[in-house]
Design a protein around this ligand. Sequence first.
Ligand code: CA
Ligand code: CA
Length: 345
Amino acid sequence: MLINLTLVTCLSIFSTKDTLSCCVGENIPTRAGMIKSQLAKQSSNATGKMVLIEGGKFLMGSSNFEDSKPVHTVELHSFYMDEHEVTNAQFAQFVKETGYVTVAERKLDSKDFPGVDPNMLVPGSAVFSKPKELNSLNNYLMWWEYIPGANWQHPEGPNSSIEDKMNYPVVQVAYEDAAAYAKWAGKRLPTEAEWEYAARSGRDTNEDLYYWGKELKPNGKWAANIYQGKFPVEDSKEDGYEGAAPVKSFQANALGLYDMEGNVWEWCSDYYRPDYYKSSAVANPKGPENSYDPQEPNLEKRVQRGGSFLCNDQYCERYKAGSRGKGEVNSPTNNVGFRCVKDIK
Ligand SMILES: [Ca+2]
Ligand SMILES: [Ca+2]
């Protein structure tokens, strides 16, 4: 009402030509200004600060990874993206308000596990477990263990806790858990193209090996939380962290986004197919209609991006620019989390 009255006063004193300057002088907000301000408010609510990612064209993919070929042009609308991975504190708020129960906490249905003794079907999840010694990196099950009672509140099993880790990324979330949080927050999971565009942060080269540039350690400093030492038996944690780090522990990229590379993997909304880039849409691609991973053709997989604290050049290089990851939708682990995006309407 106040705004309308002031506007009327303005109009009565000045000609139409001067109305705008009067209104600006009287601090009457323009509609465009109001929309922008409202969006800014919405983008900094309890579910965390978001960064405006201006739309544009970029070269997506990498010739260094088979499933990231070919490098192709993609064009995206503008959107907002969480500045950091969703934290335990944020996920706890979601659970508190909704009573949501994650996949890893639910009872297992014996129909989904034919031939397995029902007594063995205990809720839990996969946890990275350092083997004492290892002769080969061919069998990843050597460093993953199914731990009953492992879930987002107990990421490494019943004896672990997030009590003093509220600013760490939430982990042990399956795809639908991440999507449920995003919906509650009025957001959504990013498409793979949005994720990569934001990670590239306006750099117009696809020749750099890393999202941050050519060198693994620019100015002698680790740029992301990955794995140093002898994987998987000896993490020398040269970057300061064994396992996940609190969000924003490493420098932000040029757009103000933290931990796009490393720390924890991040779910994207696209189904995974290794050949998708051959037929991807140019404008706002949303991924294929269904998933197909030749290595495990019967499993439904979605894309994960950015790698994690377990990435290293000996085993998993998927923190590098343009690389892709994938995860079975109902298989959370203690190195997979997510962040959200929001459309600009
Ligand atoms: Ca590390
Ligand atoms: Ca990450």
